[in-house]
Design a protein around this ligand. Structure first.
Ligand code: 5RP
Length: 212
């Protein structure tokens, strides 16, 4: 089992503060993400700036694309993104069209989806998913538990690279011990901290303690 990567989600509402935090933690994390909130506020410039700052890192664009997969993915790719997210409710043609334009499409698992659909994504050549607890569900009292671990294990056994996100903190990661996770995605637990570099390092230490 590979050691999970750490992805920093820039969900800032303005580009200068996103780039300030990305500049601090970019060399501590493995993947940088232009988050949905940042993309809605600042557009493709956010991807372009992350790419310019980190030419050798994996850059993810997280538009949670629902339609016009080819156009959205081509725009993300030409701005510098390697991976792009597509919402699980999108049609298979949207996913396939997007997959032609970026290195990897990552299907965002929100709300209702089935393992039958997941088989169809695999058959279509899409091999990455993001298992997501939404920040609104978490704020309404949700949390991580065995129900999530079962689904994550099953997705990984099917052959997906499974990233995990939503309210993660370093101390949450032990729940996932023994699970084949591609990347842990953290936003506020890094950017919202007085010392984002220490926060990102604490994530990395915990990942390497558990998976090495
Ligand atoms: C929200 C997202 C976030 O980028 C991701 O879940 C990280 O958020 P958090 O601040 O909870 O770590 O995609 O839809």
């Amino acid at each position: 089992m590979a050691v999970p990567k750490l992805q920093f989600a820039c969900d800032h509402t303005d580009l200068p503060s996103a780039l300030a935090d990305a500049g601090k933690v970019g060399n501590v994390v493995d993947i940088l993400e232009a988050g949905t909130i940042l993309l809605l506020q600042e557009g493709r410039k956010a991807i372009q700036c992350l790419r310019a700052m980190f030419p050798d890192k994996i850059i993810v664009a997280d538009p949670k694309c629902a339609d016009a997969g080819a156009v959205v993915a081509a725009n993300c790719s030409s701005a510098g993104a390697d991976f792009m997210t597509v919402i699980c409710a999108a049609s298979l043609p949207t996913m396939q069209a997007a997959a032609k334009e970026v290195k990897e499409v990552q299907i965002e698992l929100f709300g209702d989806w089935t393992f039958e659909q997941a088989e169809a994504w695999l058959d279509a050549g899409i091999s990455q998913v993001i298992y997501h607890q939404s920040r609104d569900a978490l704020a309404a009292g949700g949390g991580w538990g065995e129900k999530d671990l079962e689904k994550i294990r099953r997705l990984a056994d099917m052959g997906f690279g499974v990233s995990v996100t939503g309210g993660l903190k370093p101390e949450t990661l032990r729940l996932f011990e023994g699970v084949n996770v591609y990347a842990f995605i953290a936003g506020r637990a890094i950017s919202g901290q007085p010392d984002p570099v220490k926060a990102a390092s604490d994530f990395q230490k915990e990942i390497h303690r558990i998976w090495n």
